[in-house]
Design a protein around this ligand. Structure first.
Ligand code: C2E
Ligand code: CA
Ligand code: CA
Length: 510
């Protein structure tokens, strides 16, 4: 069975003091790493957080458990045993008026570890993670590894202690894992915390902890959070969105809007980026920022991404026939980058609509481009061979990635909105933007600034030599009809800065 359980003491007590406490955690961890074993972690924990009443009643039991604990590595047990431990904890909580916390751990991006290094290494990493959880948790703890990369931890402690434990787990799991043969693997973890009885009944606690973990994931992972009743409301709302989303393609509720990219000097349109819109009945237009992550999570992104490819190519074909010459760009999701038939599908759609691949852009976020798994590498290679134009989206959104720029297989960089937003008031942002543009040019890449909203931002970017601009200053995303009319100068004169475009130039069919 791949369910693992460990048993060991209770931690309840005075309010934590992070500053005092963190060095202690690190010290304790070091000792553990030196082979002093989990007992030190448990001792440290117990010493810090002794609650006389509880500790006294459980100390005897703990002694026994402590000795058997190390004997079986990470004390493997089954899911039913964890459930039983939870039942018993709940009984004790009811009788003694104390609380029990459930922590739901999920490794971030574990699929990528397996993809890149294979399942053997993946298993080793998981084993090490469970070991560290084991070593970090106080003695009277039950922890079960659910299938995959999820670990459940049960501790009879209150919310404040549970938060400390979550932070401690996060810190120990952040240390690189030695996977043998000199390979060191970095993982991060998302942790959700729910407490019985304050958050809900026995039957709900685990799912509440999981909801809290999901909230962390949705916010980018690598953190912990405590269950909040709003999460249950959000989850119901999400369930309804997902139910509607399943039928939205068949019911033709999607539309692609297009936002132009303009040349910094001529201010002519060079490209139009397709941005997905969902006309959800009774709800109006739903933002892709809301439904794309849900579609990713519930396995609906494949069909949706395929629809975007077909529709954007169809529209690009219509524009080409009308004599409009510009690139059309689409956004690709993480899921699509791992599909083996993505490139084939793109090539087919381009061919059907007589489009040249180099006039079609796929935008891939920087974080995804840096993921460097076999599957995504294959797709990048395929895109390059097919001659598609690749853009790196949200460049500079994460940590500064200038060092990686050379490695990114793309001819266009889209400087993230956050950088553009800070230009006017932050010398740092200006320095970064300038460095990005210089280096990109040295490496023969074009730079597009996104989210340009003010003339000041525009002027700074032009001065820095940014090649193209995109943002509300020039145009918001609009329907295909609207952009077509506008491009041909038949639409309303929305912006004084906008000049006749490249669109009149015709382009020969393939
Ligand atoms: P993104 O690719 O970074 O797209 C830019 C987002 O910023 C768009 O939001 C756009 O409307 C908005 N934006 C453009 N100019 C400005 C500006 O000057 N100021 C501000 N504040 N915002 C501006 P939108 O359309 O809501 O899309 C959000 C995200 O959803 C996109 O971010 C993209 O990651 C994703 N997305 C949209 N369509 C698709 C799609 O077809 N497939 C996939 N996989 N993702 C999509
Ligand atoms: Ca984009
Ligand atoms: Ca972007």
């Amino acid at each position: 069975s791949d369910m693992w359980v460990m048993t060991a003491s209770v931690a309840v007590s005075e309010a934590p003091q992070m500053l005092v406490w963190l060095p202690l955690v690190l010290g304790a961890l070091l000792l553990i790493a030196c082979g002093a074993g989990a007992t030190v972690g448990a001792l440290w924990w117990r010493q810090r957080r002794r609650s006389e009443a509880l500790t006294r009643s459980l100390d005897a039991a703990t002694q026994v458990l402590d000795s058997s604990r190390r004997a079986s590595v990470a004390g493997l047990v089954t899911r039913p045993e964890f459930d039983l431990a939870l039942d018993e904890a709940v009984l004790r909580c009811d009788a003694r008026r104390h609380t029990a916390s459930v922590l739901f751990l999920d490794i971030d991006g574990f699929g990528a570890v397996n993809d890149t290094h294979g399942h053997g290494i993946g298993d080793r990493v998981l084993r090490e993670i469970v070991e560290r959880v084991h070593a970090t948790t106080p003695t009277k703890t039950s922890a079960a590894r659910l299938g995959g990369d999820e670990v459940l931890v049960l501790v009879e402690c209150g919310l404040e202690d549970a938060k400390l434990l979550a932070a401690a787990l996060q810190a120990v799991l952040a240390d690189p894992i030695d996977a043998g043969a000199g390979l060191r693997i970095h993982v991060t973890v998302s942790i959700g915390v729910a407490v019985y009885p304050q958050h809900g009944a026995r039957a709900r606690i685990e799912s509440y902890a999981k909801m809290a973990m999901r909230a962390v994931k949705d916010a980018g992972g690598n953190a912990w959070s405590v269950f909040d009743p709003q999460m249950a409301i959000d989850q119901r709302e999400h369930a309804m969105i997902v139910a509607d989303l399943r039928h939205a393609i068949a019911r033709k509720q999607f539309e692609l809007f297009y936002q132009p990219k303009v040349d910094s000097h001529s201010l002519q349109i060079t490209a139009a980026e397709a941005l997905l819109r969902w006309h959800r009945p009774q709800h109006g237009v739903v933002s892709p920022a809301v439904f794309i992550p849900l579609a990713e999570r519930y396995g609906l992104i494949g069909d949706l991404g395929n629809w975007v490819i077909e529709e954007a190519c169809r529209q690009a074909g219509v524009w080409r026939k009308a004599g409009l010459r510009m690139r059309v760009a689409i956004n690709l999701s993480a899921f699509q980058m791992r599909q083996d038939d993505l490139v084939q599908r793109l090539e087919k759609a381009l061919k059907t609509n007589k489009l040249q691949p180099e006039r079609f852009t796929v935008e891939i976020t920087e974080s995804l481009a840096l993921e460097n798994t076999q599957a995504t590498q294959r797709t990048f290679e395929g895109l390059r061979r097919a001659g598609l134009h690749v853009a790196i989206d949200d460049f500079g959104a994460g940590q500064t990635s200038i060092a990686y720029l050379r490695q990114l297989p793309a001819s266009e960089l889209k400087m993230d909105m956050s950088l553009v937003r800070d230009l006017a008031h932050s010398a740092d942002a200006r320095a970064i933007a300038e460095a990005v543009i210089k280096l990109a040019h040295a490496l023969d890449r074009r730079v597009v600034a996104e989210g340009v909203e003010t003339p000041d931002q525009r002027d700074l970017l032009v001065e820095m030599g940014c090649d193209e601009l995109q943002g509300f200053l020039f145009a918001k995303p609009m329907s295909a009809t609207a952009i077509g009319l506008w491009a041909m100068d038949e639409g309303p004169d929305n912006h004084p800065d906008f000049r006749p475009s490249l669109f009149q130039e015709t382009q020969a069919a393939l």
